[in-house]
Design a protein around this ligand. Sequence first.
Ligand SMILES: Cc1cc2nc3c(=O)[nH]c(=O)nc-3n(C[C@H](O)[C@H](O)[C@H](O)COP(=O)(O)OP(=O)(O)OC[C@H]3O[C@@H](n4cnc5c(N)ncnc54)[C@H](O)[C@@H]3O)c2cc1C
Length: 471
Amino acid sequence: MPSDTVSILWFRQDLRLEDNPALCAAVKSGQFYPVYILDDENAGDWAMGAASRVWLNSSLDKLNHSLAGKLSLYRGNAEKILPALAARLGAGAVYWNRCYEPWRIGRDTNIKKTLNDANVVVKSFNGSLLWEPWEVLKKDATPYKVFTPYFRACRAGTLPAKPVPVPKEITALKDDEALSLEDMGLLPKQKKWVAQMHSHWDVGEKAAQHALSDFISNGLDRYKKGRDYPSEKSVSRLSPHLHFGEISPNFVLDKILEQSAGENRDHFYSELAWREFSYYLLYHFPKLPDENFQPKFDGFNWFGSQADLKTWQRGMTGVPIVDAGMRELWQTGYMHNRVRMIVASFLTKNLGVHWREGARWFWDTLVDADLASNSASWQWVAGSGADAAPYFRIFNPVTQSKRFDENADYICTYVPELAKLPTRYIYAPWEAPVEVLESVGLKLGRDYPEPITSLKASREKALSMYKDLAG
Ligand SMILES: Cc1cc2nc3c(=O)[nH]c(=O)nc-3n(C[C@H](O)[C@H](O)[C@H](O)COP(=O)(O)OP(=O)(O)OC[C@H]3O[C@@H](n4cnc5c(N)ncnc54)[C@H](O)[C@@H]3O)c2cc1C
């Protein structure tokens, strides 16, 4: 018989204590078992990528610590594990914060039914979004497809909930049969890669809050302009913390709105809203990760080869800003937004590789890999998405790097083999006279690749293919 006082708190994308509505409900109900289940079975094609698992491993460790070692870990099909656990532990209720990925929505609906059939109460909460996707609709009750009116409607509607504080007394219980963190098998064999990535991050709720205060003190007052410059510290780097729910968007927004009003604060708010819009699109258009949002792209002839894709992944295209971005991704699990747009445009437009291939690679290598933001952003850059950059707006990587990496600091951090060149040639080393290359001991094709494609010719090819599609 389920007990009235013991419950289960199911942690998912909300690995924190602060502003956690499901945690508050569990604490209010009495004693509870905090649990986490790694459910690769239901995730299918969207099982977490390697970099995300590295992050998750540390994040669970930190959360367990905050819960005085009471976090119980499991691995497998949550549809089977959770009802069995509720029965074995005699739990009368299960609490969780909602997730919005299509596979999770389907799975959670089934779990709720199974638990309810067994007389176990299920309560779910909004712990991850400022506005839930079904709350914001057009007058004709259909979803928005364009960001600006969507955000306007969000702001005209209900104010995002104020963050709730950490409950005073948390009486958590531990299941002795749960797995250890090592048993979860989250870390890959490549220890060097893991160590290198770790050296760039502090993981967990405290680190997330620290990153936010640091950004408020040192980045926010220049955000609108500074966010375009990859070597500047003008962005928050909160994305992995937000993805894993180590910090809630409501907590972030609340602290941001305490700062003086102005264009920087507004711009940051609108970027947080792009995250919301991505979740909104994924909820209303669940095929977003797999299919073109604009069906006219279904007939597009993606001509790029697997070899080109590999070269791009390895950061060896011979186009410095692209290679710098791809190497930043590999080394740190992150890439600056401006550079994400450049590398994605280069892959889809100059190399003609399907956006899905790029999104897949990001999925495996980003620590902030997020089904909503990643799918929406790749389709946005490719031109096939909602409110997308028009296909003919092809980023010129050389112009972009001259403009946003003025001293080539970013390029030289990740492509140090070019650092000895005079700055004006670092952006496009193939334009440097042989004597200049020789004077710094650089031979293209030996020390750094020749460009994989002609930027001009590939741009023209992309444009003419797009014309065929449009016409
Ligand atoms: C091809 C491509 C793929 C992307 N894949 C992801 C992904 O998998 N996960 C992810 O979180 N973001 C993704 N983004 C969006 C964006 O690049 C990152 O959110 C941002 O770079 C994270 O850095 P930050 O936290 O310093 O951002 P800040 O500029 O400090 O912004 C604060 C927060 O706002 C949100 N945000 C900012 N810009 C965007 C945006 N364009 N779209 C959605 N949310 C945004 C993020 O949650 C971010 O943490 C992608 C962008 C592109 C172009």
